[in-house]
Ligand binder design. Sequence first.
Ligand SMILES: [Zn+2]
Length: 354
Amino acid sequence: MSTTGIIFSPIYYQHNPGRGHPESARRLHAIVSELKKNKLRGVGNWQFFKPEKAGLEDVELVHDREYIEFIENTCSLGGGILDVEGDTVASRKSFEVALYAVGGTLKAVNMIMKGRIRNAFALVRPPGHHAGKYRACGFCFFNNVAVAAKHLLKIFKLKKILILDIDAHHGNGTQEIFYDTNEVLYMSLHEDPRGFPGKGFTGEVGEREGLGYNVNVPLPFQTTDEVYLKAINEIVKPIVRQYKPQFILVSAGLDAHYRDPVGNLCVSALCYQEVYETVVSLASEVCEGKHALVLEGGYSLGSIGKIAVAAIAKMSAVQYIVADNIPETKERVRRQGESVIEVVKQVQKDFWNI
Ligand SMILES: [Zn+2]
């Protein structure tokens, strides 16, 4: 039971959104080669597991049947653009690969719940957190994390799940899916969402049963380690300790790194390492260590390997030396970031003791 499971299959290379698209198969290749290069050995250890293909009934836990058929039909005709922005592009194999992305995420949570592994990182693509019930968005087809959360509620009868979204972009799909429930607490740290995706502001706090179970921390562009970690320490930690989730799902985007060509935050791999350490320790504090990371974005081919391996090293309690620069904080960005953190605390004080 001491293993960290890495869910991966070369099938994930077969989704191809086209030449020059940042969400390419090379991303996973970069992560897997860094992992193989660093044979992490120590207390916990890690092991690869193959995903299974999700059934339509799994995907329908979140998505509308018509939407699923729209993706299937588009792919059977050879592929095409799925969203109005023109960012989310399917190839012939994408539907099947997207079913494996959902299936890989389900495999991670099932194995953890059955005690076969301690925790997991599902290295899947296409990513999921922008996908809503009825629509593709931001390179995402099916919302892998959302399906896993619904599955934990339905099959394992859990009542409290945390989704922590540390992708550089707000997970508008995930927020929308769980906006009116207290069974899933959605917390997201992300870049100023005015440009994209247009959701993720501090005042979006959930509705009806879900009021108070949605926490957005929209950080200014170029936010660096110091302010990012302040948000983790002063907002994420206290709220997680009060909510006491039974399972932690992490929308593990790697695109907040300063080298990322798509994200606009500016944190280092060392910051990521500290965030992963926090997740591991919060999980052991509140839910017997049960947590799964699920890959979302992350496009800097030179950096995402070491960021993902830093996560796996923390999860399996082995040594991995991360070398990276820590970008300097601009005074203006620091002031803006600190004021965002204050606003979030004021807003969330109605629901949490922070
Ligand atoms: Zn992103």
